[in-house]
Design a protein around this ligand. Structure first.
Ligand code: ADE
Length: 485
């Protein structure tokens, strides 16, 4: 690859003699040439700029000086038509003009430019280069890329050219010592930021990697890779949600989706990419929507032998506005609702951002001053034991009474996000046994709970509209699970 840089400050580019790029140039992997623009100025003062046409602040770089310089470096005649003929068949040549008014230079741009044969960087100073320069070379058949390295203004294109050259050159074969580093790094093919990295000592100033990253030292490559990818997802969620939105669903496996869900992102079936969830405590204004959602989602979780009447009877008796209103007023009941952060198309139709798409309810087993448990708390099944608190104090049980999600978002991760939120809430309230009952035939629900860390703890019978059902009981200690979330 040939790289030319034209600038009024050639010394600025001396940094390219160092490190990887300098070595690559020394080994002939890249042919790097830096030119002083003033060498093409014609007057005694070697003038390269003039005042802007139409007035205004600053100076503009002269097209005639730039034209002479670029013609020589690109070995082109001055006439655009003749230049077009001469440019044909000389490989891919790109004139790069760093400017804050350009398209944003990204890793994709670097990958694209790394495939060119010849790059010429035209570093402007002052208010920039007369716009006819880019126009002329486009007409002459040269690819012109006006590129910005970010939304801020530098005093000239030199620092931007250094940045772009480093990003491009390291992608050329042979420039990097270990070509694998390009694969896993931030902004690489995964579309995620790179996860945190560590080296020895394992414990340093009280910060112990073996505690924060148990898998990392396990020697189990699959576990290490999974934990790394989970951390990359979590970090990208925290720092670059715009990148999460651009992830392609076909690149995400079940574990990715679970990691996204824990971070509050759903991947609705049929949507173009992940959609942020708004998961928040329910408030009084949600009451009507919540009751409606509860009535809509409850039948999905019922065994198939129940009749519509039995289900309707249960909904009318237990999922009433009065029941939800009491929960909202009771600190022992934690009702959480979820909505999409924006409207989204799903395979099952459009879901609006204003709709509630799921809810969860956790009921803490503690009596009030009158000795009464929270309304709707089911008797704790026999198989559920309550471990002590981490400090050795008394443990606390809670029932995960509901995690229900609108059928249009089935499989999207919304349920997992609500579940993760419920576990975090329960952990914060000191719960040591979070238990639930779910239909014994509903394998999908059981799998979801198991993925979240719940384990089987026997069974119970449960009445729905006068019919007895058999539930599987599952339990989890939120104090132990909290680190996983
Ligand atoms: N010249 C001045 N500011 C710039 C920026 N942000 N990117 C590229 N070139 C520039």
């Amino acid at each position: 690859m040939r790289l030319d840089v034209i600038t009024i400050f050639p010394d600025y580019l001396r940094a390219l003699d160092l490190s990887l790029i300098g070595r690559a140039a020394g080994e002939g992997l890249i042919d790097l040439r830096v030119h002083d623009l003033r060498d093409w100025a014609r007057d005694r003062h070697r003038t390269v700029d003039d005042t802007p046409l139409g007035g205004g602040a600053g100076m503009v770089m002269k097209p005639d000086v730039w034209g002479e310089a670029l013609d020589e470096v690109l070995a082109l005649p001055a006439d655009a038509a003749a230049a077009r003929e001469s440019a044909a068949g000389r490989g891919r040549r790109v004139l790069v003009v760093p400017t804050p008014a350009g398209r944003v230079f990204t890793q994709r741009t670097a990958e694209d430019l790394a495939r060119a044969d010849h790059l010429v960087f035209a570093c402007g100073r002052y208010e920039g280069i007369d716009a006819r320069v880019a126009e002329h070379y486009r007409a002459a058949g040269i690819e012109v890329a006006e590129l910005s390295i970010g939304d801020y203004v530098l005093s000239g294109g030199e620092a931007a050219a250094l940045v772009m050259i480093e990003a491009i050159a390291r992608l050329r074969p042979g420039v990097l010592g270990n070509p694998d580093s390009v694969v896993e790094e931030s902004h690489g093919a995964s579309g995620l930021l790179e996860q945190e990295v560590y080296t020895r000592p394992v414990a340093w100033r009280g910060l112990d990697v073996s505690r924060a990253w148990p898998a990392l030292l396990s020697g189990d490559h699959a576990r290490v890779a999974r934990q790394r990818r989970n951390r990359a997802i979590a970090r990208t969620i925290a720092r670059r949600p715009d990148m999460i939105e651009r992830l392609r669903p076909d690149t995400l496996d079940a574990a990715d989706r679970a990691a996204l869900a824990r971070g509050g992102w759903a991947v609705p079936d049929g949507a173009a990419g992940p959609v942020e969830l708004v998961v928040r405590p329910a408030v009084g204004a949600d009451l009507a929507d919540l009751v409606d959602l509860a009535a809509r989602t409850f039948p999905d979780a019922c065994p198939s032998f129940l009749t519509a009447e039995q289900i309707a009877r249960h909904v009318a008796a237990h999922l009433t506005p009065g029941r939800f209103a009491r929960w909202l007023a009771d600190p022992r009941a934690v009702v959480t609702v979820a909505a999409l952060g924006r409207d989204a198309e799903t395979r099952a139709g459009r879901v609006g951002a204003s709709e509630l798409i799921g809810y969860s309810a956790v009921l803490v087993e503690r009596n009030d001053d009158d000795g009464a448990p929270p309304v709707g708390l089911d008797p704790r099944p026999e198989g559920v034991t309550v471990p002590p608190a981490p400090d050795g104090g008394a443990g606390l049980a809670a029932e995960l009474s509901k995690v229900y999600v609108d059928a249009r978002l089935r499989g999207s991760g919304a349920a997992a996000a609500l579940l993760a939120g419920a576990v975090r809430d329960a952990a914060a309230r000191g719960v040591t046994a979070l238990w639930l009952g779910t239909d014994g035939a509903n394998r999908r629900a059981q799998r979801a709970y198991r993925r979240a860390g719940f384990v089987g703890a026997g069974s119970r019978t449960y009445d729905v509209g006068g019919r007895t059902c058999r539930d599987i009981v599952m339990v989890l200690n939120p104090q132990e699970a909290a680190g996983e979330y």
